[in-house]
Design a protein around this ligand. Structure first.
Ligand code: MOS
Length: 728
């Protein structure tokens, strides 16, 4: 076992002297052919013999109590096997957002909250019967209007403590230039294409759950706790996941219901949430209000910066959108205030949706910087340069690596930024107004404990096992590249086994920590294999040169298969955050550039081109990393121009809980997007030197679009989405 906390600036020897040249290359996804041929089976696609189907019955109102549930009509429907309504675990089934309620409560925290479940021979019957369950309630007036609810400035939930340094009021009073504006963002759905689906079955007292889930190691514990059984009675499988965006980081109530139903019936039970149920049973991103205040001198040197937000949550959940997260280390200034206040509502739970905090926090701060630059008569990049800190201005820690200035410079050069016409509304092509804008991107980098096994097989192939997931991100591929790089074999000779909690517990896919953490564990497991190879070569590990399936040392070159001598060589690795990780301030950075055309007659916005330049530490795979970033930038376009989950403030329901009316950007909305990386290996981040990628692309992207709209039209949009009516 090679176990290492990140306490050293030295990369492990195996990766440092690697010569295979595999890591970082744009290798196509190794599981791609399985996906495009339909051979990759997702959570809903296998039906074990005797499978029954489940549908969830939701609370008909958003606030009140359940007084009675009449299941007679549902039970009478032919094909219905059971209606579960009196199990105390239903009302408090573990949700995606750390539910707090005692099991067995009859309180309704939000419309659509699970109150019963129907199990039937077919999915259609289950869904029909769910409509026949009569739920009697004692309703009370709900708090459904975020804008109207009182604000708690000292919320007891959330993981981001408030920060307050210096005297903000004095700084705002005394500075020659001040800025004060409020921005709003609507609620967003983490709208993964693959439904939230689960198949659950029991063998004796052991439960197997095949579920579309991002973090199966944690899910196993959550499921065990919700059901009141031991962790080792639960196995979670998720070999393929069709997108998550944060919505699959937890365990939805339908997963617990499927397990309860499977136990009751003694049959496998399958559930897939219909799109409309997803809006209620899966957490969403809270609507936000964000006030940005800044004070500076006439040259734009910021002395005070405050980013204060308000987000909502219901009484049953413990997550609070960490709104100013990305602003904390972004710009210099001695006086610093960052906090999120809470408005309690009776709406479905809010939770971690791609880049919690940064995705919408960077919209506000980066639009504010654009506005301040205009107020000062400064180029927006120049204002940012003047406020680029040399160490973390909040924690005073050194940055591990930070190439933000280089991102600005390279992006500006490639995008043609110096040709920008600063005066808005002056560049015309017929009835189209043309403008360009930019914004910084920042997403904190996190290190989590991760373990992996690596085996050199007797035939010279390499097997990697870890309970990671691949949510479309490229995990299979980067794990193969990492093991292949250190052990000197091509990726085609590495078999990656993930998506099963029987493998060593890893990071899962969330918080952009999956790739770096899991690859770090693989590197350490390979080190373990290398130690044994060195013994068999009668050489020191650092003397070994591994390439193309052979190991060389002391003038001797031997095929790996020969060294395995008919027995696999097992390596185990575990990476964990250590002092070094805690001593530095770590983040991924970037700069977005965007050109828009706005129709002066109709207000229609067309995004014409986008470029992003990013500092993510080591790039593990140039193709999958760029794919991640492009996906995030598309979401930036999407929330700048269209995305908004609209709450009906009379009922606490969503007006548009489906893809028909919740507008996500489609191909016609998205131009060609260029992505560049500035690669600097970050040894403080983890043993592969890679920082987070997944959530960086969305951070700041929407602001670049909005800033380009201002440059085109002169209209300042502080409330996204920038729909046609806001521009005319
Ligand atoms: Mo992420 S919002 O932690 O999948």
């Amino acid at each position: 076992m090679t176990e290492q906390a990140i306490d050293t600036a030295e990369r492990p020897g195996g990766l440092k002297r690697a010569v295979q040249g595999l890591l970082g290359t744009p290798l196509p996804r190794i599981e791609g052919p399985l996906k495009v041929t339909g051979a990759a089976h997702y959570a809903y696609e296998d039906a074990p013999a005797g499978t029954a189907y489940l549908a969830v019955v939701g609370a008909p109102v958003g606030a009140g109590e359940v007084t009675a549930i009449d299941v007679s009509a549902a039970e009478a429907l032919p094909g219905v096997l059971a209606v579960i309504h009196d199990d105390p675990r239903i009302m408090a089934g573990e949700g995606n957002s750390n539910r707090l309620a005692e099991q067995g409560t009859r309180r309704i925290f939000y419309a659509g909250q699970p109150v019963a479940a129907v199990v039937a021979e077919t999915q259609a019957t289950a869904r029909e019967a769910a409509l026949l369950v009569r739920v009697e309630v004692e309703a009370r007036d709900g708090r459904y209007d975020f804008a109207a609810e009182p604000v708690d400035d000292k919320p007891e939930i959330g993981f981001l403590p408030p920060i307050s340094k210096g005297d903000l009021d004095a700084a705002m009073r005394d500075a020659p230039v001040t800025f004060d504006a409020t921005y709003t963002t609507p609620a967003h759905f983490p709208a993964a294409l693959e439904p939230h689906a689960t198949t659950a079955w029991w063998e004796g007292d052991r439960l197997t759950v095949r579920s579309s889930n991002q973090v199966i190691g944690a899910a196993k514990g959550t499921i065990a706790k919700a059901l009141g059984i031991a962790d080792d009675q639960v196995r979670v499988l998720a070999p393929f996941v069709g997108g998550g965006f944060g919505g699959k980081t937890g365990v939805g109530p339908e997963v617990i219901l499927a397990a309860i139903a499977a136990e009751k019936l003694g049959r496998p039970v399958k559930v897939a949430l219909p799109r409309r149920d997803t809006a209620y049973l899966v957490h969403h991103r809270s609507e936000t209000r964000q006030r940005i205040r800044m004070a500076c001198d006439h040259d734009g040197h910021i002395s005070a910066i405050a980013h204060e937000g308000v987000a909502y949550q219901n009484d049953d959940a413990a997550f609070l959108e960490p709104i100013p997260f990305g602003s904390i280390p972004l710009y210099s200034g001695d006086t610093r205030v960052f906090r999120t206040a809470l408005a309690r509502v009776d709406l479905p739970p809010t939770g971690a949706v791609r880049a919690p905090g940064e995705a919408i926090g960077t919209f506000a701060i980066e639009c504010a910087m654009d506005e301040l630059a205009e107020q000062l008569g400064l180029d927006p990049i120049e204002l940012r340069r003047r406020n680029e800190p040399t160490y973390d201005p909040t924690s005073s820690k050194p940055f591990s690596t930070r190439r933000l200035l280089d991102c600005y410079a390279e992006g500006a050069r490639h995008f043609g930024w110096p040709d920008r016409v600063p005066d808005p509304g002056t560049t015309l092509e017929g009835e189209w107004l043309i403008g360009i804008g930019m914004a910084a991107a920042l997403r904190g980098n996190f290190t989590v404990t991760a373990a992996a096994n690596v085996r050199l097989e007797p035939n010279g192939r390499v097997t990697v096992e870890t309970d990671m997931t691949d949510i479309g991100t490229g995990t299979y591929t980067i794990l193969a590249q990492t093991a292949g790089e250190v052990l000197g074999v091509e990726a085609a000779r590495v078999d990656v086994r993930i998506g099963d909690t029987n493998y060593p517990k890893s990071a899962g896919s969330g918080g952009s920590f999956g790739a770096g953490s899991a690859c770090a564990a693989v590197v350490l497991a390979c080190e373990d294999v290398l130690a044994e190879l060195a013994l068999r070569m009668n050489a020191a590990p650092e003397e070994l040169v591994l390439k193309d399936g052979c190991v060389a040392a002391g003038g001797r070159e031997v095929p790996l298969a020969d060294l395995a001598r008919g027995e696999p060589i097992e390596g185990r690795g575990k990476s964990s955050p250590g002092q070094q990780a805690k001593r530095t301030s770590q983040a991924s950075h970037g700069a977005h550039f965007c050109e828009v055309a706005v129709n002066a007659v109709t207000g229609e916005v067309r995004v014409r081109r986008m470029l992003g330049v990013f500092d993510v530490g080591r790039v593990l795979n140039a193709k999958t990393a760029a794919n991640q970033i492009v996906g995030g930038m598309v979401w930036g376009v999407s929330y700048a121009l269209g995305e908004a989950a609209v709450v009906d403030t009379r009922s606490g329901r969503f007006v548009n809980p489906d893809f028909g009316e919740y507008h996500v950007a489609v191909n016609a909305d998205v131009p060609h997007i260029d992505v560049h990386f500035i690669e600097e290996i970050d040894d403080a981040a983890n043993q592969v030197g890679a920082k987070g990628v997944g959530e960086l692309g969305i951070s700041g992207a929407g602001a670049a679009v909005i800033n380009a709209i201002h440059n085109a039209t002169g209209v300042r949009v502080r409330d996204v989405p920038a729909t046609l009516d806001t521009l005319l």
